[in-house]
Structures are given as structure tokens and as C-alpha cells.
Ligand binder design. Structure first.
Ligand code: ADP
Length: 632
């Protein structure tokens, strides 16, 4: 019967009782039946319907009372409605209490059910004979059964065959001393699935009695995952232990090799100490060598041409301190004010080239030799410069070269002299010989003229020979550096006038020597050198001019002494002019005229000794003018 039907039944019963109480005589006490209507609400959930029906019944009891007593309150009739009402409310109270207890029971049963059905552990309840009476879904799942298949089976059906024989014994032992405990402590427990496979489990046992029958509750946890993890951990631990052993072994080996290494290191250190000492010794040796390096400097520079090391005797001579120079760039040091080209040369040494160059410094000359200084790995980070003062060597070399040159010149001169002597001496000597033999034949007085002519010829030839010999002597004196200038006051004009007269006597027929003079008469001069110069120039003018030609001499003494000797002779070919003052040089147009090519060379050197200059102007067949300017 549903709630609605119960309510309709209650209503009908209520109406029926009300009509009966109102119509039947009062001795029929039907009010108590109202309590039965309230009792009907026991099947309707909730307290509301019970309470409402009680109120309605109470109202009906009171209404029936007043109807039965004509709406008059009679004190003696009070029990007729009080007792029924009391009964109605007593029932109400009892029903409400009952309902509350029932609800609690349902709730706890539901909770238990929910726990049983949804438990993540398998729960199996078995009786004292080992028959399964209840098994939750999780346990069925664990053992591979459909839900509901396990009840009725024996517990031993869930135990692997190898253990199932001894299991009833364990079970009866547990029953004899029941208490809550975990099963098979310290043992590996296995359970049997429906398909015959096994899985590891952990089981807790507890018990309860129902109507004197003993039931066992088994809580089963599938520990396959945990076992796997434990296995993994065990394997990892095993692995770890293995590794620890290996590591220990390795570290022992390492220790041994470390010990060995230590020993070899100490041996190496000993060796190194010896090497260091040897190195220090060789360093001392090298620095002593460097310090005492005579007339030079030993220097090591890096890639920036900065001084890494410098020493040598020459540093003292230059007044330099090596400590001040270390770390400086070469180009900042006075001696090494290197040109860009020389810096490049030094930089090229870092590319395995070696170089050397001269370095002038004040009056001295230094030679720099640069070589690469590779390190143990073959990299050139530094180069070595050996700088030597070669001034003395250089001077000696120059001296040797000069004396060699002189020697060579002297030899040349001697051989030239021999050839000139053999050539130039032959004519005057043969002239002398002829004249002498002719003179011997002219014995008569009438032959006096002829004899005199020959005597003049002899005189002239001897003069020629003397001049040649004088020239050689002058040259030799000049070469030997024995020619000195002796200045003394000299009436220059008078001196030249006398010389002109002298020269006029030896001039060709018709030649006239003219003298023109300007300025002062007196000079400070070397009479002998001046005489040699003038005789040579005038002699050449006579020699290279035809008969009857004019020779003019111009003198001017002011701030300087100017001497010009001009002729109207054969002139000097332009091509020969640059070599005119060279020793033994003779122009191409004078081959027929006697000469040695020494005169002008000597003149130039005399002029230069007197700090003067000599130049000339000449054109062929027109004449030549020599110009000498001497300081006054
Ligand atoms: P030399 O007269 O003995 O040959 P010099 O040294 O005096 O030697 O002269 C060198 C050369 O200069 C001569 O050979 C000649 O060719 C040329 N020379 C010198 N003076 C004159 C001059 N006045 N006129 C033309 N040529 C001259």
C-alpha cells in the first residue's frame, strides 16, 4: 500500500469514527480508535503525516464531544475526550520515536553497504566452516569472479593449491583464539584467481559472532603493484650495492694509482728541482754573458716590440739603466727611433725570418741582428736582438778601404807614371840626345848660333821633364796629405806681373799675355801654391792656343780673390768637360799636344786646400776661361 492509499484509508476511517461517535450513544467509547488511524502513519515516511493526523484526530475528538454534549462544557465528561487525546499523542510520540530509530538503522545499513560495496580492499566474510557467506565486488574483481559468484565457495578455493591442504588447520587454530590480526606476518602470501593465476596479497583478519555463530572477515589487499615496486627497489638496491662495491673498488684503484702518481710527482718534483737549479745556473750564466757582452746590447722583445730583457756593456757606455728600459717599446728609446721599414723588418722575424741592419746613433754605428726566439712549442712570441757597436770596426773598415783605394790609386799612378814616363820622357830625352851629339859636332865659332839653339832645345826638354816630375811629386805629396797651406802677406798683383813676364818668355810666337787688375793688391796667400796654380793655367793657355793668340789674366781682390785666365785656343769638347779635373784625363782634341793630364787635377786640389772653387767656360775653337774664387 502506498502513502496516498494509506492517507485515503486514514481519512475514511477518521470520517467513519467521527460519524459513529456523533451518532452512537456516548457509552460507546470509539474515540480510542482514532489512535489506530495515527498508527497507520507508521508506514508513511517522515513525522509530518503522523503529527498532522494527530492534530486532526484531536480536533475530531473535541468536535464530537461538543456535538454530543450540545456544545456545553461538562466537567464530569472531560475524561471522555482527554483520555482519547492522550492516547492519540502517546501513539504519536511512540511512532515518531520508532520512525527515528528505523531511519537511523536504514542509514547505518546503507553506510555499511556502501562501504562494503565500494571498498577498495577485498572483503570476504566466511563462516566457521570456511564457507564464504559474503564477498564485496572488489574481492570478486581481485579473484576474477562475477559479483555474487563467491558466496557458497570455500575459502580454500581462493588459496593456491600448494597451500590449500594446510589452510583448514591454520583456520581452526585462528578460530580457537580469535582476535583481530594480520595474516601470515613476515610471510609472502599469495591468492588464487579463478583462472588459476596467483597474485601477492596482504590479508587482515577479524571476527564477529552472530547468534552464536562465528564469522571471519578477511580484508584482502592486492599488493602486486607494491611487490613490483619492492622488486624494483630491491633490484635498485642490489644495483646500488653492486655500484657501491664497484665504486669502492674503483676508488681503491684510484687511490693506488693516486699513490703511484704521488710517488711519480714527487720524483718529478725532485727532477724539476734539479732542472730548475740547472735553469737558474744557466740563467745566471746567460745574464752574466749578456751583462758582459762587449760593445753591444742583448735584447729580447715581444710582438709589440716591447723590451722583455735587455743587458750588455754598451748600456753603460750609453748611460742607460736596464731596469728603466724593461717594458718600454723599442721605438720610444733614442737608439731605436726605428723607421717604419725597420719596424717591419723586425716584425718579419716573428714569421721565422732573420734580419740585420745598421742603426746610426750620434757618431756611432750599431749593427742589429734579429733572430726568432721560439718557445718549447715552436711559437715565436719573442725575438732576440743582438746590437753591436761597430763604430770602430766601421772606421777601421773605412780606413782600410781608403788606404786600399790610395794604394790602388798609387799603383795606378805608378803604372800611369811608367807609361807616361816611357811616352812623355822619350821625346825630350831623344831631343836632348840629338842636340848634345849635334853640339859636339859644332866645334867652330861660326856654329855658335846652332849650338845655342840646341842648348835652348835641351833646356826646354829638361824643363818639360822637370815639370812632369814636379807634377808627380806634387801629386804624391797631395796623396800623402803632406801638402799644407802656408798663408803669408803677399803683393798679389806684383807677384802675378812677374809671373806673366816669366810666362811671356816661354809663350809661342806672337802670343801676348795681358793682365788686368781690380781691387786691392795685398792678400794673405800661399805663394808656392798660387805660383803652381797660375803657371799651370797660363801654361795650358799657351799650350792649347795657336801662335799670335791673346791670353788675358784678370785679377780682382775684394771680399774674395777672383782670378780669371782666358785664352782663344782650341777649347774643350763638351763631352769631355765633366771629366776635366779627373786625374790623367786629357780631352779628345789634344792628342797631338804633349801633356800628362795631371796639371788641372793638382790645381783643383790646391784650390780646395785653400777653401776656394775652380770652374771653367769653354767652347771648341773659340777658347777657354778658368775662374778661381778664393776666400780673402
Ligand atoms: P795636360 O795639359 O798635361 O794634358 P792638364 O791637367 O793641364 O794636363 O789639362 C788637362 C786637359 O785639359 C788637357 O789635356 C786639355 O785637353 C784640357 N785643357 C786644359 N787647359 C786647356 C785650355 N786652356 N784649352 C783647351 N784645353 C785645355
Amino acid at each position: 500500500m502506498n502513502d496516498r492509499n494509506i492517507k485515503i484509508l486514514g481519512f475514511l476511517l477518521g470520517a467513519l469514527i467521527f460519524i459513529a461517535t456523533c451518532t452512537l450513544p456516548t457509552q460507546y467509547r470509539l474515540e480510542f480508535v482514532y489512535s489506530l488511524i495515527v498508527l497507520l502513519t507508521i508506514w508513511i515516511p517522515g513525522n509530518r503525516s503522523t503529527f498532522d493526523s494527530s492534530v486532526v484526530m484531536t480536533a475530531l475528538i473535541l468536535i464530537a464531544y461538543f456535538i454530543n454534549h450540545q456544545f456545553e462544557f461538562q466537567t464530569e465528561a472531560v475524561p471522555t475526550f482527554v483520555y482519547p487525546i492522550f492516547f492519540v499523542w502517546a501513539f504519536t510520540f511512540a511512532i515518531i520515536k520508532y520512525k527515528a530509530s528505523q531511519e537511523n538503522l536504514i542509514k547505518s545499513t546503507e553506510n555499511l553497504n556502501a562501504m562494503f560495496l565500494n571498498a577498495t580492499e577485498g572483503i570476504i566474510i566466511s563462516n566457521s566452516k570456511g564457507i564464504i557467506v559474503m564477498a564485496n565486488p572488489r574481492s570478486c574483481e581481485q579473484f576474477g569472479y562475477e559479483y555474487g559468484d563467491l558466496p557458497g565457495k570455500k575459502i580454500e578455493d581462493l588459496v593456491p593449491r600448494r597451500f590449500s591442504a594446510g589452510h583448514p588447520q591454520h583456520r581452526s587454530k585462528f578460530y580457537s583464539e580469535v582476535h583481530n590480526r594480520s595474516m601470515g606476518k613476515g610471510m609472502n602470501l599469495y591468492a588464487l584467481r579463478s583462472d588459476g593465476s596467483e597474485f601477492p596479497v596482504e590479508i587482515s583478519l577479524s571476527s564477529f559472532r552472530n547468534k552464536s555463530e562465528l564469522f571471519i572477515i578477511s580484508f584482502i589487499i592486492d599488493i602486486t603493484e607494491r611487490k613490483l615496486q619492492e622488486d624494483l627497489i630491491a633490484r635498485a638496491q642490489e644495483d646500488l650495492e653492486k655500484r657501491v662495491i664497484e665504486r669502492t673498488k674503483a676508488s681503491e684503484e684510484a687511490n693506488t694509482s693516486l699513490e703511484k702518481a704521488n710517488k711519480s710527482i714527487s720524483a718529478e718534483m725532485q727532477e724539476r728541482r734539479i732542472m730548475e737549479e740547472a735553469l737558474r745556473d744557466s740563467e745566471r750564466l746567460y745574464s752574466t754573458i749578456a751583462r758582459n757582452f762587449p760593445d753591444g746590447i742583448i735584447c729580447v722583445v715581444d710582438r709589440q716590440l716591447k723590451i722583455v730583457f735587455i743587458d750588455g756593456k754598451e748600456l753603460e757606455n750609453l748611460g742607460w739603466k736596464r731596469d728603466h728600459l724593461a717594458g718600454k717599446r723599442l721605438s720610444t728609446i733614442e737608439l731605436f727611433l726605428l723607421s717604419e721599414e725597420l719596424e717591419k723588418k723586425l716584425i718579419s722575424v716573428f714569421g721565422w725570418a732573420s734580419t740585420h741592419f745598421e742603426l746610426p746613433h750620434q757618431d756611432d754605428t750599431y749593427v742589429v741582428n734579429a733572430v726568432p726566439l721560439p718557445d718549447t712549442k715552436g711559437f715565436i712570441k719573442e725575438i732576440l736582438l743582438v746590437i753591436q757597436n761597430v763604430t770602430e770596426l766601421k772606421n777601421a773598415e773605412i780606413e782600410i778601404r781608403t788606404s786600399l783605394e790610395k794604394e790602388k790609386e798609387l799603383n795606378e799612378m805608378k803604372s800611369k807614371f811608367v807609361s807616361i814616363a816611357s811616352h812623355e820622357f822619350r821625346t825630350p830625352l831623344s831631343t836632348i840626345l840629338t842636340s848634345v851629339s849635334l853640339i859636339a859636332k859644332y866645334e867652330k865659332t861660326d856654329d855658335l848660333d846652332k849650338r845655342n839653339r840646341h842648348i835652348d832645345r835641351i833646356r826646354s826638354s829638361v824643363k818639360n821633364l822637370t815639370e812632369i816630375l814636379n807634377d808627380f811629386l806634387s801629386l804624391e805629396k797631395l796623396e800623402a796629405g803632406k801638402t799644407d797651406v802656408h798663408l803669408a802677406p803677399l803683393n798679389f798683383v806684383e807677384f802675378i806681373e812677374e809671373l806673366c813676364e816669366e810666362m811671356q818668355a816661354v809663350s809661342k810666337s806672337g802670343q801676348l799675355i795681358k793682365l788686368k787688375h781690380e781691387g786691392k793688391n795685398m792678400i794673405d796667400g800661399d805663394k808656392q801654391l798660387m805660383r803652381h796654380i797660375m803657371i799651370n793655367l797660363v801654361n795650358n793657355a799657351i799650350k792649347y792656343s795657336p801662335e799670335g793668340a791673346e791670353i788675358s789674366i784678370y785679377l780682382c781682390v775684394d771680399e774674395n780673390i777672383t782670378i780669371k785666365v782666358a785664352d782663344q785656343g782650341i777649347g774643350i769638347p763638351e763631352a769631355d768637360q765633366p771629366h776635366l779635373f779627373d786625374r790623367f784625363f786629357r780631352a779628345g782634341n789634344v792628342t797631338a799636344i804633349q801633356g800628362t793630364g795631371l796639371g788641372l787635377n793638382i790645381v783643383k786640389r790646391y784650390v780646395e786646400l785653400m777653401k776656394g772653387t775652380i770652374t771653367f767656360e769653354s767652347s771648341v775653337e773659340k777658347g777657354t776661361t778658368f775662374i778661381i774664387i778664393l776666400p780673402h
